[in-house]
Design a protein around this ligand. Structure first.
Ligand code: UDP
Length: 141
């Protein structure tokens, strides 16, 4: 699917607040097709691997602690220009900077507990999809 797929996680804060349904509705209303979806909980090892690129950052320990604090919803989404369009839909990393109506503007708590993840490149989307889903878990329809 090349640039037509992205990966997302509804993070533990948004899940715990009961915002999963509203967020999924916003995603599908914005033209994204869900082709894989699961409820899961990251182990410390898996969270560390997923965020390995940030391991030297000051926020890393907080980020890992947060990401393992409760269930997440992981999903694969399809749409033309999926990565960029989804980044626009979720808004800036810090909800204080996120545009009006974006998912982080509406549902994030703070810069760490920011409700949702979206892949930042086609290359990372492919890596993140493979990290969370087997090819046979991705549905063609
Ligand atoms: N993060 C944080 N503090 C920061 C920047 C990032 O806690 O100053 C967390 C936040 O949860 C973010 C994740 O680390 O979503 C990954 O950071 P990245 O810069 O990749 O932001 P994203 O691509 O998620 O917007």
């Amino acid at each position: 699917m090349g640039n037509n797929r992205t990966f997302t996680m509804i993070k533990p804060d948004a899940f715990a607040k009961g915002n999963t349904g509203a967020i999924i509705q916003k995603i599908t209303n914005s033209g994204f097709k869900i082709v894989a979806l699961k409820l899961t909980k990251l182990s410390p090892e898996r969270a560390a691997e997923f965020y390995a690129i940030h391991k030297d950052k000051s926020f890393y320990n907080n980020l890992i602690e947060f990401m393992i604090s409760g269930p997440i919803i992981a999903a694969v989404l399809e749409k033309k220009n999926a990565v960029d369009d989804f980044r626009a839909l979720i808004g800036a990393t810090n909800p204080e900077d996120a545009a009006e109506g974006t998912i982080r503007n509406l549902y994030a708590t703070n810069v760490t507990n920011n409700a949702i993840h979206g892949s930042d490149s086609d290359e990372n989307a492919a890596i993140e999809i493979a990290f969370h889903f087997k090819e046979e878990e991705i549905v063609t329809y």
